[in-house]
Design a protein around this ligand. Structure first.
Ligand code: SF4
Length: 266
């Protein structure tokens, strides 16, 4: 089984519990205006300046463009993952599948999840929630924890800033909660876009209506303009400043009123 990835990050400590290896899938059905991994959106390998492939399978001749993303086998990914098993065992860590959107490559993802289960390695999937019900169902019992984005409650705003509405995303979240799967929400705090009082209030109510949600991480915006420049893309939020500490704390305390645990950072 093969899939397309664009990075493998070792010793990750912000992508779920313990020390983890994070595998970044290429391809995302959303196109968030603030995307922190713009190299992840296109499902195909693409040229860029100064990028090194995680497995360095692409031998470059002088003058060639380097390529973001490569097709790899699930076995090759597992070879990398298994090298750090001792760190997972000692820290309560494991593997995180991120992206991009890992659910856009369901056969590859399920194959990796099954291999991790066979090796008794903990699995986390970091998802936008945008996928067919059948895909979510196939993956759900193989995933120990879903890191599930909640961005904008208003469907129109969601479509405006991410390119898609949020109905299917909410359906998928509810499906996982109904099956008592472990889900931690992730809220990207983007000044002027997701931090409006209506959105914060809407998300607070949304959480109150879902007692299965116990935890949330707030992910404050940080400047990603250089990444866009490297890819030759325009960045519509150029010059946007990260949120101030006080604003982050204020929003965290709003969400804490629902009784859940709120952390800042991944
Ligand atoms: S869901 Fe994540 S990876 Fe996909 S476009 Fe949005 S920020 Fe980027």
């Amino acid at each position: 089984m093969k899939g397309i990835i664009f990075d493998v990050k070792k010793y990750a400590i912000h992508d779920g519990p313990g020390i983890r290896t994070t595998v970044f899938f290429k391809g995302c059905p959303l196109n968030c205006i603030w995307c922190h991994n713009p190299e992840s959106i296109n499902p195909e390998p693409e040229p860029s300046l100064g990028y090194r492939s995680p497995f360095q399978l692409n031998q470059l001749a002088e003058g060639d463009h380097e390529v973001i993303g490569e097709e790899v086998t699930a076995d090759a990914v597992m070879d990398q993952v298994l090298k750090d098993r001792i760190y997972y065992d000692e820290s309560g860590g494991g593997v995180t599948f991120s992206g991009g959107e890992p659910l856009t490559q369901p056969d590859f993802l399920v194959s990796l999840l099954e291999m991790c289960k066979g090796e008794r390695i903990s699995t986390v999937v970091d998802t936008s929630g945008m996928a067919g019900k059948e895909t979510v169902e196939r993956a759900s019992d193989l995933v120990d924890l879903f890191l599930f984005d909640i961005k904008l409650i208003d469907g129109g705003q969601h479509k405006r800033y991410t390119g898609v509405g949020n109905e299917r995303i909410i359906d998928n979240l509810d499906f996982l909660l109904k099956r008592n799967r472990q889900v931690e929400l992730r809220f990207p705090l983007i000044p002027g876009i997701t931090d409006g009082s209506d959105n914060i209030k809407g998300i607070r109510e949304f959480i109150r209506e879902r007692p299965g949600v116990k935890r949330m991480s707030i992910l404050p915006y940080h400047d990603v303009e250089k990444k866009y420049t490297k890819l030759g893309l325009d960045f519509d939020l150029g010059g946007l400043k990260p949120p101030r500490e006080k604003e982050i704390e204020g929003i965290a305390s709003e969400f804490e009123k629902t009784g859940i645990t709120v952390e800042v950072g991944g």
